[in-house]
Ligand binder design. Structure first.
Ligand code: PLP
Length: 366
Protein backbone atom coordinates (compact mmCIF):
# COMPACT_ATOMS: atom_id res chain seq x y z
CA UNK A 1 0.00 0.00 0.00
CA UNK A 2 1.26 3.48 -0.83
CA UNK A 3 2.06 5.46 2.31
CA UNK A 4 1.52 9.21 2.21
CA UNK A 5 2.68 11.60 4.91
CA UNK A 6 0.87 14.95 4.91
CA UNK A 7 1.40 16.03 8.51
CA UNK A 8 4.45 18.31 8.30
CA UNK A 9 3.01 20.82 10.75
CA UNK A 10 3.03 18.08 13.41
CA UNK A 11 6.57 17.07 12.53
CA UNK A 12 8.54 17.01 9.29
CA UNK A 13 10.45 13.91 8.23
CA UNK A 14 14.12 14.49 9.01
CA UNK A 15 16.24 15.26 5.93
CA UNK A 16 18.65 12.40 5.08
CA UNK A 17 21.71 14.69 5.36
CA UNK A 18 20.57 15.80 8.82
CA UNK A 19 19.92 12.23 9.92
CA UNK A 20 23.38 11.12 8.85
CA UNK A 21 25.05 14.03 10.72
CA UNK A 22 23.01 13.39 13.88
CA UNK A 23 23.71 9.64 13.90
CA UNK A 24 27.41 10.22 13.22
CA UNK A 25 27.67 12.60 16.20
CA UNK A 26 25.69 10.26 18.46
CA UNK A 27 28.44 7.72 17.86
CA UNK A 28 31.10 10.16 19.06
CA UNK A 29 31.99 11.01 22.65
CA UNK A 30 32.44 14.42 24.25
CA UNK A 31 30.58 16.89 26.43
CA UNK A 32 30.61 20.23 24.61
CA UNK A 33 31.52 21.97 27.89
CA UNK A 34 34.63 19.85 28.55
CA UNK A 35 37.98 21.49 27.94
CA UNK A 36 39.79 18.45 26.51
CA UNK A 37 39.98 17.53 22.85
CA UNK A 38 36.76 15.49 22.87
CA UNK A 39 34.92 18.39 24.46
CA UNK A 40 36.35 20.93 22.03
CA UNK A 41 35.32 18.71 19.12
CA UNK A 42 31.73 18.55 20.40
CA UNK A 43 31.79 22.29 21.14
CA UNK A 44 32.64 23.00 17.48
CA UNK A 45 29.48 21.22 16.34
CA UNK A 46 27.45 23.40 18.69
CA UNK A 47 29.10 26.63 17.54
CA UNK A 48 28.78 25.73 13.85
CA UNK A 49 25.08 25.11 14.42
CA UNK A 50 24.74 28.41 16.24
CA UNK A 51 26.12 30.16 13.16
CA UNK A 52 23.67 28.37 10.87
CA UNK A 53 20.66 29.20 13.07
CA UNK A 54 21.88 32.80 13.45
CA UNK A 55 22.05 33.10 9.64
CA UNK A 56 18.48 31.87 9.26
CA UNK A 57 17.30 34.63 11.61
CA UNK A 58 19.81 37.28 10.43
CA UNK A 59 21.30 37.75 13.91
CA UNK A 60 24.70 37.37 15.54
CA UNK A 61 25.68 34.06 17.09
CA UNK A 62 25.46 35.41 20.64
CA UNK A 63 21.75 36.07 20.08
CA UNK A 64 21.01 32.33 19.85
CA UNK A 65 20.31 30.12 22.89
CA UNK A 66 19.65 26.41 22.34
CA UNK A 67 16.83 24.69 24.23
CA UNK A 68 15.06 21.32 24.19
CA UNK A 69 12.41 22.61 21.79
CA UNK A 70 9.95 25.39 21.23
CA UNK A 71 7.83 24.39 24.24
CA UNK A 72 10.83 25.09 26.47
CA UNK A 73 11.69 28.30 24.60
CA UNK A 74 8.13 29.56 25.00
CA UNK A 75 7.94 28.55 28.67
CA UNK A 76 11.24 30.31 29.34
CA UNK A 77 9.81 33.51 27.94
CA UNK A 78 6.31 33.43 29.35
CA UNK A 79 7.10 32.05 32.80
CA UNK A 80 9.56 34.93 33.12
CA UNK A 81 6.61 37.31 32.83
CA UNK A 82 4.24 35.53 35.24
CA UNK A 83 3.92 38.51 37.54
CA UNK A 84 3.41 41.06 34.77
CA UNK A 85 0.64 41.91 32.33
CA UNK A 86 0.96 39.80 29.18
CA UNK A 87 -1.12 39.76 25.98
CA UNK A 88 -1.39 36.73 23.72
CA UNK A 89 -3.68 35.89 20.81
CA UNK A 90 -6.58 33.47 21.21
CA UNK A 91 -5.12 31.12 18.57
CA UNK A 92 -1.73 30.44 20.16
CA UNK A 93 -0.24 26.96 20.46
CA UNK A 94 -1.04 25.15 23.76
CA UNK A 95 2.57 25.81 24.85
CA UNK A 96 1.78 29.54 24.98
CA UNK A 97 -1.74 29.15 26.38
CA UNK A 98 -0.45 26.82 29.10
CA UNK A 99 2.54 28.97 30.04
CA UNK A 100 0.52 32.20 30.23
CA UNK A 101 -2.82 31.29 31.84
CA UNK A 102 -3.02 34.81 33.25
CA UNK A 103 -2.65 36.55 29.87
CA UNK A 104 -5.27 38.76 28.25
CA UNK A 105 -6.47 37.26 24.97
CA UNK A 106 -6.49 39.16 21.68
CA UNK A 107 -9.33 37.93 19.43
CA UNK A 108 -8.98 37.03 15.75
CA UNK A 109 -11.15 37.75 12.72
CA UNK A 110 -13.15 34.99 10.94
CA UNK A 111 -10.17 34.75 8.56
CA UNK A 112 -7.90 33.78 11.46
CA UNK A 113 -5.84 37.00 11.60
CA UNK A 114 -5.40 38.94 14.82
CA UNK A 115 -8.08 41.63 15.07
CA UNK A 116 -5.92 44.77 15.00
CA UNK A 117 -8.62 47.11 16.26
CA UNK A 118 -9.25 44.90 19.28
CA UNK A 119 -5.48 44.60 19.81
CA UNK A 120 -5.02 48.38 19.90
CA UNK A 121 -7.85 48.66 22.41
CA UNK A 122 -6.51 45.91 24.70
CA UNK A 123 -2.98 47.38 24.52
CA UNK A 124 -4.21 50.71 25.80
CA UNK A 125 -6.74 49.35 28.26
CA UNK A 126 -5.45 49.59 31.85
CA UNK A 127 -1.93 48.82 33.00
CA UNK A 128 0.51 48.74 30.04
CA UNK A 129 1.59 45.18 29.22
CA UNK A 130 5.18 44.07 29.79
CA UNK A 131 5.11 41.44 27.03
CA UNK A 132 3.04 40.62 23.96
CA UNK A 133 3.37 37.11 22.50
CA UNK A 134 1.78 36.34 19.14
CA UNK A 135 2.68 33.50 16.81
CA UNK A 136 4.08 34.23 13.35
CA UNK A 137 2.20 31.43 11.57
CA UNK A 138 -0.72 29.48 12.98
CA UNK A 139 -0.03 25.75 13.10
CA UNK A 140 -3.62 24.73 12.25
CA UNK A 141 -4.53 27.15 9.45
CA UNK A 142 -1.12 28.38 8.22
CA UNK A 143 -2.37 31.98 8.54
CA UNK A 144 0.46 34.52 8.81
CA UNK A 145 -0.03 37.06 11.58
CA UNK A 146 0.87 40.78 11.20
CA UNK A 147 3.73 40.42 13.67
CA UNK A 148 5.84 43.39 12.49
CA UNK A 149 2.91 45.78 12.81
CA UNK A 150 1.92 44.34 16.18
CA UNK A 151 5.46 44.51 17.55
CA UNK A 152 5.70 48.18 16.63
CA UNK A 153 2.47 48.97 18.49
CA UNK A 154 3.68 46.95 21.50
CA UNK A 155 6.95 48.89 21.55
CA UNK A 156 5.06 52.19 21.40
CA UNK A 157 3.41 51.12 24.68
CA UNK A 158 6.73 50.08 26.24
CA UNK A 159 6.09 46.33 25.92
CA UNK A 160 8.50 43.73 24.59
CA UNK A 161 7.38 41.32 21.86
CA UNK A 162 7.89 37.56 21.59
CA UNK A 163 6.84 35.50 18.58
CA UNK A 164 6.45 31.74 18.30
CA UNK A 165 7.99 31.40 14.82
CA UNK A 166 7.95 27.59 14.78
CA UNK A 167 5.69 27.26 11.73
CA UNK A 168 7.34 30.13 9.87
CA UNK A 169 10.91 28.82 9.75
CA UNK A 170 11.82 27.66 6.27
CA UNK A 171 8.51 28.93 4.90
CA UNK A 172 8.76 32.70 5.17
CA UNK A 173 11.44 35.20 6.18
CA UNK A 174 12.10 35.01 9.91
CA UNK A 175 14.67 37.78 10.15
CA UNK A 176 14.49 39.14 13.72
CA UNK A 177 14.96 42.74 12.58
CA UNK A 178 12.45 42.62 9.73
CA UNK A 179 9.86 41.20 12.10
CA UNK A 180 10.91 43.83 14.64
CA UNK A 181 10.49 41.42 17.54
CA UNK A 182 12.57 41.09 20.71
CA UNK A 183 12.35 37.32 21.20
CA UNK A 184 11.57 34.43 18.90
CA UNK A 185 11.05 30.71 19.61
CA UNK A 186 12.06 28.01 17.14
CA UNK A 187 11.87 24.23 16.91
CA UNK A 188 14.15 21.98 14.84
CA UNK A 189 11.71 19.22 13.96
CA UNK A 190 9.27 21.49 12.12
CA UNK A 191 12.03 22.35 9.67
CA UNK A 192 13.12 18.74 9.03
CA UNK A 193 15.62 18.60 11.87
CA UNK A 194 15.59 16.27 14.88
CA UNK A 195 12.92 16.30 17.58
CA UNK A 196 13.78 17.60 21.06
CA UNK A 197 15.84 20.65 20.17
CA UNK A 198 14.96 24.30 19.66
CA UNK A 199 16.18 27.82 20.25
CA UNK A 200 15.37 31.26 21.54
CA UNK A 201 16.60 34.14 19.43
CA UNK A 202 16.77 37.51 21.13
CA UNK A 203 17.59 41.12 20.42
CA UNK A 204 21.06 42.31 21.43
CA UNK A 205 21.25 43.85 24.87
CA UNK A 206 18.13 42.18 26.27
CA UNK A 207 18.19 39.75 29.19
CA UNK A 208 16.52 36.38 28.86
CA UNK A 209 14.41 35.09 31.74
CA UNK A 210 16.11 32.07 33.38
CA UNK A 211 14.09 28.90 33.33
CA UNK A 212 16.49 25.94 33.41
CA UNK A 213 18.81 26.43 36.37
CA UNK A 214 21.99 24.48 36.99
CA UNK A 215 25.33 24.57 35.12
CA UNK A 216 26.55 27.65 33.32
CA UNK A 217 25.82 26.53 29.76
CA UNK A 218 24.58 29.01 27.18
CA UNK A 219 26.12 31.96 29.01
CA UNK A 220 24.19 31.06 32.19
CA UNK A 221 20.91 31.46 30.29
CA UNK A 222 20.00 27.79 29.91
CA UNK A 223 21.56 25.11 32.06
CA UNK A 224 21.95 21.48 31.02
CA UNK A 225 24.44 19.35 29.08
CA UNK A 226 24.39 20.21 25.41
CA UNK A 227 22.36 17.96 23.12
CA UNK A 228 25.28 18.13 20.70
CA UNK A 229 23.88 15.81 18.02
CA UNK A 230 20.45 17.45 18.13
CA UNK A 231 21.88 20.96 18.03
CA UNK A 232 24.13 20.07 15.07
CA UNK A 233 21.07 18.61 13.34
CA UNK A 234 19.14 21.79 13.98
CA UNK A 235 21.99 23.81 12.45
CA UNK A 236 22.02 21.76 9.26
CA UNK A 237 18.21 21.83 9.09
CA UNK A 238 18.34 25.64 9.42
CA UNK A 239 20.80 25.81 6.52
CA UNK A 240 18.44 23.77 4.34
CA UNK A 241 15.42 25.76 5.53
CA UNK A 242 17.09 28.92 4.28
CA UNK A 243 17.96 27.61 0.84
CA UNK A 244 14.69 25.72 0.46
CA UNK A 245 12.33 28.66 0.93
CA UNK A 246 11.92 28.83 -2.88
CA UNK A 247 10.60 25.26 -2.86
CA UNK A 248 7.67 26.52 -0.80
CA UNK A 249 6.34 28.27 -3.91
CA UNK A 250 6.00 24.86 -5.60
CA UNK A 251 4.29 23.52 -2.52
CA UNK A 252 1.86 26.41 -2.67
CA UNK A 253 0.89 25.40 -6.21
CA UNK A 254 0.30 21.83 -5.02
CA UNK A 255 -1.73 23.07 -2.03
CA UNK A 256 -3.84 25.35 -4.26
CA UNK A 257 -4.45 22.46 -6.67
CA UNK A 258 -5.49 20.30 -3.70
CA UNK A 259 -7.97 22.92 -2.52
CA UNK A 260 -9.45 23.40 -6.01
CA UNK A 261 -10.02 19.63 -6.25
CA UNK A 262 -11.54 19.54 -2.75
CA UNK A 263 -14.13 22.10 -3.86
CA UNK A 264 -14.90 19.93 -6.92
CA UNK A 265 -15.44 16.85 -4.73
CA UNK A 266 -17.95 18.73 -2.59
CA UNK A 267 -19.23 22.28 -2.56
CA UNK A 268 -19.81 21.95 1.19
CA UNK A 269 -16.11 22.01 2.07
CA UNK A 270 -14.87 25.06 3.99
CA UNK A 271 -11.20 26.03 3.79
CA UNK A 272 -10.30 27.88 6.99
CA UNK A 273 -8.10 30.93 6.49
CA UNK A 274 -8.41 30.79 2.68
CA UNK A 275 -8.87 34.59 2.44
CA UNK A 276 -5.89 35.44 4.63
CA UNK A 277 -2.18 35.45 3.83
CA UNK A 278 -1.08 31.86 4.47
CA UNK A 279 2.09 29.81 4.24
CA UNK A 280 2.05 27.65 1.13
CA UNK A 281 2.03 24.24 2.78
CA UNK A 282 -1.11 24.20 4.93
CA UNK A 283 -4.73 23.41 4.11
CA UNK A 284 -7.36 23.24 6.84
CA UNK A 285 -10.58 21.85 5.47
CA UNK A 286 -13.91 21.30 7.19
CA UNK A 287 -16.68 19.03 5.91
CA UNK A 288 -19.38 19.32 8.58
CA UNK A 289 -21.16 16.00 7.96
CA UNK A 290 -18.30 13.72 9.03
CA UNK A 291 -16.23 14.10 12.17
CA UNK A 292 -12.50 14.64 11.78
CA UNK A 293 -11.89 11.55 13.90
CA UNK A 294 -13.78 9.36 11.37
CA UNK A 295 -11.99 10.98 8.44
CA UNK A 296 -8.53 10.69 10.01
CA UNK A 297 -9.09 7.00 10.76
CA UNK A 298 -10.46 6.22 7.28
CA UNK A 299 -7.53 8.03 5.65
CA UNK A 300 -5.12 6.18 7.93
CA UNK A 301 -6.56 2.85 6.73
CA UNK A 302 -5.67 3.99 3.20
CA UNK A 303 -2.08 4.78 4.30
CA UNK A 304 -2.50 8.55 4.57
CA UNK A 305 -1.26 10.47 7.61
CA UNK A 306 -2.91 13.81 8.37
CA UNK A 307 -4.10 15.55 11.54
CA UNK A 308 -7.50 16.65 12.63
CA UNK A 309 -7.67 20.41 12.86
CA UNK A 310 -8.59 19.96 16.49
CA UNK A 311 -6.43 19.32 19.50
CA UNK A 312 -6.16 15.55 19.80
CA UNK A 313 -2.98 15.34 21.86
CA UNK A 314 -4.82 13.74 24.76
CA UNK A 315 -6.54 11.25 22.46
CA UNK A 316 -9.90 13.04 22.70
CA UNK A 317 -10.95 15.00 19.66
CA UNK A 318 -11.99 18.35 21.12
CA UNK A 319 -13.16 21.23 18.96
CA UNK A 320 -10.15 23.30 17.92
CA UNK A 321 -9.76 26.51 19.94
CA UNK A 322 -8.29 28.10 16.79
CA UNK A 323 -11.31 27.39 14.62
CA UNK A 324 -13.82 28.31 17.33
CA UNK A 325 -11.91 31.59 17.87
CA UNK A 326 -12.46 32.18 14.13
CA UNK A 327 -16.20 31.73 14.64
CA UNK A 328 -16.68 28.09 13.64
CA UNK A 329 -19.27 26.26 15.73
CA UNK A 330 -18.19 23.15 17.64
CA UNK A 331 -19.58 20.70 15.07
CA UNK A 332 -17.82 22.48 12.20
CA UNK A 333 -14.58 22.70 14.16
CA UNK A 334 -14.73 19.00 15.04
CA UNK A 335 -14.91 18.07 11.36
CA UNK A 336 -11.79 19.94 10.25
CA UNK A 337 -8.71 18.25 8.83
CA UNK A 338 -5.24 19.74 8.61
CA UNK A 339 -3.27 18.67 5.57
CA UNK A 340 0.31 19.93 5.65
CA UNK A 341 2.91 19.49 2.94
CA UNK A 342 6.68 19.67 3.04
CA UNK A 343 10.04 19.01 1.44
CA UNK A 344 9.33 15.43 0.33
CA UNK A 345 5.71 15.90 -0.78
CA UNK A 346 4.96 15.21 -4.44
CA UNK A 347 1.89 15.28 -6.66
CA UNK A 348 1.23 11.55 -6.23
CA UNK A 349 0.77 12.19 -2.49
CA UNK A 350 -1.87 14.80 -3.28
CA UNK A 351 -3.66 12.46 -5.72
CA UNK A 352 -3.54 9.68 -3.12
CA UNK A 353 -5.23 11.94 -0.56
CA UNK A 354 -7.85 13.17 -3.03
CA UNK A 355 -8.75 9.65 -4.15
CA UNK A 356 -9.17 8.43 -0.57
CA UNK A 357 -10.99 11.53 0.69
CA UNK A 358 -13.46 11.57 -2.22
CA UNK A 359 -14.38 7.94 -1.34
CA UNK A 360 -15.11 9.04 2.24
CA UNK A 361 -17.28 11.93 1.08
CA UNK A 362 -19.16 9.77 -1.46
CA UNK A 363 -19.83 7.09 1.19
CA UNK A 364 -21.40 9.81 3.35
CA UNK A 365 -23.71 10.91 0.54
CA UNK A 366 -25.06 7.36 -0.07
N1 PLP B 1 4.50 26.30 18.61
C1 PLP B 1 3.91 25.84 17.50
C2 PLP B 1 3.21 26.81 16.60
C3 PLP B 1 3.95 24.48 17.18
O1 PLP B 1 3.35 24.04 16.06
C4 PLP B 1 4.62 23.60 18.07
C5 PLP B 1 4.61 22.15 17.82
O2 PLP B 1 3.59 21.54 17.61
C6 PLP B 1 5.23 24.13 19.22
C7 PLP B 1 5.14 25.48 19.45
C8 PLP B 1 5.98 23.25 20.18
O3 PLP B 1 7.22 22.86 19.62
P1 PLP B 1 8.10 21.69 20.22
O4 PLP B 1 7.55 20.42 19.67
O5 PLP B 1 9.49 21.95 19.71
O6 PLP B 1 8.05 21.76 21.69
Amino acid sequence: MKKTYLDYNATAPIRPEVLSLVTQIMGEVGNASSVHDYGRHAHKYVEDARQQVAKLCHVKTDQVIFTSGATESINTMLCGYRDKRVLISSIEHPAVLGAAPHADLIPVTPDGIVNMEAYKQILNDGEPPALVSVMLVNNETGVIQPVAEMAKLAHDCGALFHTDAVQGAGRIDISLDTLGVDFMSLSAHKMAGPQGVGAIIFKEGLDLPKFMLGGGQEKNCRAGTYNTAGIAGMGLAAKHAMTDIKHYKDLEKMRDYLESKIHKITNEAVIYGANAPRVGNTCNVGFPHISAQTQVMALDLDGIAISSGSACSSGSFKASHVLTAMGADKKQAKSALRISLGWATNSSDIEHFLESWSKIIKRNKQ
